[in-house]
Design a binder for this molecule. Structure first.
Ligand code: ARG
Ligand code: ZN
Length: 415
């Protein structure tokens, strides 16, 4: 009886997973204002899933616009493209195969692995285990609960000391579907514990500083990408007066909040929320950083995709007070990254490098006084996009380590 109930439950759970048969990802290259208008009009009449930029509001001429188009809208899409003479290519021809193809690592199923995309329950168990098995190097704490009541686990990595040490704060998984990001946070912690004592740079870093690692920021959203909709981006909170769910946590910080590149429509993928820090997840992170402001010297936030290393500002085109140092460090970091596998990165201030978008955690941390504030956009540049195969986790994490270590070394040198 129990078994039957169990299988019944599994069947219901599986039945609810969205499938993407026949869907495609297009890359559009609008070169006229008329093209931009056509794309925005189309997005108004049908529900398209913007991959890059993050929503139709951010579409401009002369940028690549990557859109996941559900099978039922393909006819309309082709008609619009042909009528408007918009240049395009198909990035993903068979979407469901790309979803299925992510798990190409051959890692044994349902055990934590650094080279696969772990579920939240695997990550949670992993976080507790790595802390308890490395007591002199890793400790864990809960900085609050998510909207759905999950514990937001934060790992503190560094040689334990009685006096407070300067620190770096790094979060992953602000956006639910960017699975390579939490994979990197896990990789980082493992590198730290396995190379401490043998790698001199890591040893020096962890002797002098602590690195706070939040492996998954938007846990509810991350769980939802595993159970229901692989393409979910936002939080999972309800919005009063709307049936649309969720807020974009990276538009929810108090930095030029909702002035530009963000939407006040709860149905938008870039909804800024009802107020700054309306999302409990953003509030928990902001509270932790505010409480530890005197020790936190750098803020790193990891997203995907586009291969970018961004720094403030994104809410304005004005240059940050420390622009030239931030740029110089970014260039050093990306050069180190590229040296390993040749992966090319672009770096610069967010507004000018991708698009203006207010309410981001990077700008907020910078304006709080944390000078070294960087947003990573990891692999790739759109071939797989959010569906990066597991076989790329290792090379992506290895190269990203070099960039993070470069930034950390600079922070350490300039304490
Ligand atoms: N793709 C990221 C986002 O749109 C980039 C964040 C850059 N920083 C920012 N404050 N907008 O959320
Ligand atoms: Zn993101």
């Amino acid at each position: 009886m129990k078994l039957l109930l169990f299988f019944g439950f599994v069947a219901v759970a599986l039945a609810e997973v969205i499938r993407f048969e026949g869907d495609k990802v297009f890359r559009l290259k609008p070169s006229l204002d008329a093209h931009v208008t056509l794309i925005k009009d189309l997005a108004k009449s049908i529900k398209l899933d913007f991959w890059s930029p993050d929503s139709e509001d951010l579409v401009t001429i002369d940028i690549n616009v990557d859109i996941h188009v559900p099978a039922r809208y393909l006819d309309m899409m082709y008609t619009t493209l042909e009528q408007g003479g918009i240049v395009y290519e198909i990035l993903i021809d068979d979407f469901q195969s790309a979803v299925d193809g992510q798990a190409d690592s051959g890692a044994s199923p349902r055990a934590h692995s650094y080279t696969k995309y772990n579920t939240w329950s695997e990550i949670e168990a992993w976080a507790n285990t790595i802390a308890s098995s490395n007591p002199s190097l890793v400790s864990s704490q809960v900085i609050g609960n998510t909207y759905e009541g999950r514990s937001m686990i934060l790992l503190k990595v560094g040689k334990s000391s009685t006096s407070p040490k300067p620190a770096i704060f790094m979060d992953c998984g602000i956006h639910a579907r960017e699975w390579i990001s939490p994979a990197f946070c896990q990789w980082f912690v493992n590198e730290a514990v396995t190379t401490y004592g043998s790698d001199s740079a890591m040893t020096t870093l962890l002797n002098s500083m602590d690195v706070y690692v939040l492996p998954v920021f938007n846990i509810d959203g991350y769980v939802y990408t595993h159970t229901s909709d692989r393409m979910w981006r936002k939080t999972r909170s309800r919005n009063s007066g709307s049936s649309c769910i969720g807020t974009d946590p990276n538009r929810n910080f108090d930095a030029g909040w909702c002035t530009i590149g963000a939407s006040s429509n709860p149905c938008s993928e870039t909804f800024c929320g009802s107020t700054p820090e309306s999302e409990i997840e953003s509030k928990n992170v902001a509270n932790f950083i505010r409480d530890n402001k005197s020790t936190i010297k750098a803020y790193l936030t990891v997203h995907s995709y586009s291969q970018l290393l961004l720094f403030p500002y994104s809410y304005t085109y004005d240059l940050a007070a420390h622009h030239s140092e931030l740029l110089q460090v970014a260039e050093g970091a990306t050069a180190a990254l590229t040296s390993l596998h040749g992966t090319r990165y672009t770096s610069g201030p967010g507004a000018a490098t991708i698009y203006p978008a207010a309410g981001g955690s990077d700008d907020w941390a910078y304006d709080l006084g944390i000078k070294y504030s960087y947003t990573f956009e990891l692999r790739d540049t759109g071939y797989y996009g959010f569906l990066l195969p597991e076989s790329q986790i290792q090379p992506t994490c290895e190269e990203t380590m070099l960039a993070v270590n470069y930034i950390a070394a600079h922070v350490l040198k300039n304490l």
